[in-house]
Design a binder for this molecule. Structure first.
Ligand SMILES: Nc1ncnc2c1ncn2[C@@H]1O[C@H](COP(=O)(O)OP(=O)(O)OP(=O)(O)O)[C@@H](O)[C@H]1O
Ligand SMILES: [Mg+2]
Length: 265
């Protein structure tokens, strides 16, 4: 059983999108998975997927101590994983005590093999608590400096609260000139790159249909890369597709470095 905090520092890098998709991909691999929307102030996980007969009880009521039984807030989905949504009202946010998250998650650790905590951006009580109660932290960044420096801050914060950072997922890779490479990001953050997900229109299209891209377009570039990360987390043997993916990335980076060195002469 592992509790992962999906965290970033900078907002809008793709944490919620990743949490929903990796959750679906892990359940596809046979792991009983729950995704919790820990963004109790700006909840939006519920907008990314269709949920039939949504539960009335949300994380807000659980954290406010109004409902004891956490299972009353858990929604099943058609995409494999279960989800615990946060409420959307300001009043609910004000009444919710983020400190109660540890107790709520503690009640679920025997039910699931993986719990993913979709964390809010920034450094606040709401964003640090998911880090502190996780077993491991997965950082999400975009391949640009502002996002990486914020990821570094979050990594330090995770270390301060005594957590291990499992690695970083680079999201929305455009492959443009000047974009930071995976090896550069690995050097800057001093953590393993778990995967590189391209900026892919299939992701935005899937959001419009409220279906995870790994379900709606499993063959799309983004879905394929997300599934590689899922296999890594689930410790499933690397497929030939994964190693080909890794090889072509290494080759691409080698050519880029070679060209750069050549131009500098
Ligand atoms: N790989 C991708 N390719 C294209 N668009 C993407 C990709 N990943 C995420 N997006 C888009 O980026 C936007 C932000 O994504 P998301 O809400 O998941 O980020 P977030 O880190 O959870 O944001 P916040 O910090 O506000 O919680 C969304 O419009 C989403 O559809
Ligand atoms: Mg989010």
């Amino acid at each position: 059983m592992t509790v992962y905090a999906i965290a970033s520092g900078k907002g809008g890098v793709g944490k919620t999108t990743f949490a929903v998709n990796i959750g679906s991909a892990l359940s596809e691999l046979g792991m009983r998975t729950l995704v919790i929307d820990c963004d109790i102030g700006m909840a939006n996980l519920g907008l990314l997927i269709n949920i039939e007969s949504k539960k009335i009880v949300s994380l807000h009521e659980i954290l406010a101590g109004k409902v004891e039984d956490v299972s009353e807030a858990i929604n099943q989905t058609s995409y494999g994983m279960d989800v615990l949504l946060s409420g959307i009202s300001i009043r609910g946010f004000k009444q919710a005590d983020p400190e109660k998250l540890r107790e709520a998650v503690g009640k679920l650790v025997d039910v699931y093999e993986v719990i993913l905590l979709d964390s809010p951006a920034g450094i606040s009580k709401e964003s640090v608590i998911p880090l502190a109660i996780s077993d491991e932290v997965i950082l999400i960044t975009n391949p640009e400096l502002p996002s990486i420096t914020d990821a570094l801050k979050t990594k330090l914060m995770a270390e301060i609260v005594g957590r291990t950072v499992k690695g970083v997922v680079i999201n929305k890779q455009m492959g443009t000139k000047g974009e930071l490479t995976a090896s550069k990001i690995e050097d800057l953050l001093e953590i393993e790159v778990l995967g590189v997900i391209p900026n892919d229109r299939s992701v935005t299209k899937a959001v419009a249909f409220k279906v995870p891209v790994v379900v709606r377009e499993p063959g799309s570039p983004a879905a394929k890369r997300i599934k590689v990360v899922a296999r890594k987390l689930a410790k499933v043997e690397e497929t030939s597709e994964d190693s080909e993916d890794g090889k072509s990335r290494a080759k691409h980076e080698f050519i880029k470095r070679f060209l750069k060195a050549f131009r500098m002469r």
